[in-house]
Design a protein around this ligand. Structure first.
Ligand SMILES: [Zn+2]
Length: 300
């Protein structure tokens, strides 16, 4: 499943290629991809004829800002891809559900074999309307996150985005100290911290020497500072390498290029292989139906 670094990788390419372009037509061939709308026509009407002003991200959501003031929100789900084709002549991949054609003739295609992902147009609430924003996100002292949540109420529930919401380690500490659940469940809960999933949780926990099942509230100040720093470092590094593309999944950026950060994974998908630090074999356990990889010796 694409996580923050993969979505950010897509955002960077879309911002480079699409800002200033006018959406000429939108074709929806699988209504499930736009299921929040009462009809595909309703979705299309909100987009056709409008130009793209910005491309932002919050958690695992891409946010395409339109000149009209509305936002096209895209969540890639488990297997969604956005591909930028130079012209309609390029062969459409199987499972292409939505195609945006721009005035210049190029296309943005939404491809999703499992169709867990979705696209919708969010209309900003009227001036002065109350938007209930996540109590965790409200701890933010800067960044674009709060403004995005106010403009897009569908995303107001999202917890702290590690880049779009600035919270120091002390506020991060307050969040962890209020939870008794296993650390991994806290940092992958999108309503607490937005953007981290299975891969980057395991990698951040390894980098900070913490076990996945430590109750979040049990961390010392030093451990909290280490985790706070590791999350930012791992995500930054992963973005630099264009995200992770795994054997069984199919993440590619809009140019069709896979990421390479999987080459630098320390624990994720390395069950039975020696830890790079201590040579102990990496273990895999199942937590809430999902694999967790860790080193028994390096993480406590
Ligand atoms: Zn180790």
């Amino acid at each position: 499943m694409p996580e923050l670094p993969e979505v950010e990788t897509v955002r960077i390419v879309l911002a480079r290629d699409l800002i200033g372009k006018k959406i000429k037509t939108v074709a929806v061939t699988n209504g499930r991809a736009v299921r929040r709308h009462k009809s595909a026509k309703d979705f299309r009407t909100l987009l056709e004829g409008h130009s793209i002003k910005s491309v932002q991200r919050l958690g695992k959501n891409l946010i395409v800002g339109l000149e009209s003031g509305n936002h096209l929100v895209i969540h890639l789900g488990m297997s969604g891809q956005l591909l930028h084709a130079k012209s309609a002549k390029e062969v459409k991949p199987k499972h292409t559900h939505v195609v945006f054609t721009f005035a210049q003739g190029d296309e943005l295609r939404y491809v999703d074999p499992r169709t867990f992902g979705e696209l919708y147009v969010s209309v900003p609430p009227p001036e002065g309307a109350e938007v209930e924003i996540s109590k965790f996100a409200r701890l933010s002292i800067g960044g674009e996150g709060l403004l995005l949540r106010r403009q897009i109420p569908e995303l107001a529930h999202l917890g702290v985005d590690p880049f779009e919401d600035q919270i120091g380690w002390d506020r991060f500490a307050a969040i962890l100290r209020s939870r008794s659940t296993p650390l991994k469940l806290v940092i992958t809960d999108q309503d607490i911290i937005a953007g981290i999933g299975n891969i980057y949780a395991d990698e951040s926990l390894y980098a900070s020497g913490l076990r996945y099942d430590r109750p979040a509230e049990s961390l010392s100040t030093i451990e909290i500072r280490r985790l706070h720093r590791s999350i930012a470092e791992i995500l930054t590094e992963a973005i630099k390498y264009g995200g992770s593309t795994l054997d069984d999944e199919q993440f590619v950026n809009p140019d069709g290029k896979p990421g390479t950060f999987q080459q630098y994974h320390q624990v994720y998908n390395r069950e039975g292989l020696p830890c790079y630090q201590c040579r102990t074999l990496i273990q895999r356990v199942v937590l809430r139906q999902r694999s967790t990889f860790f080193c028994e010796k390096c993480q406590s």
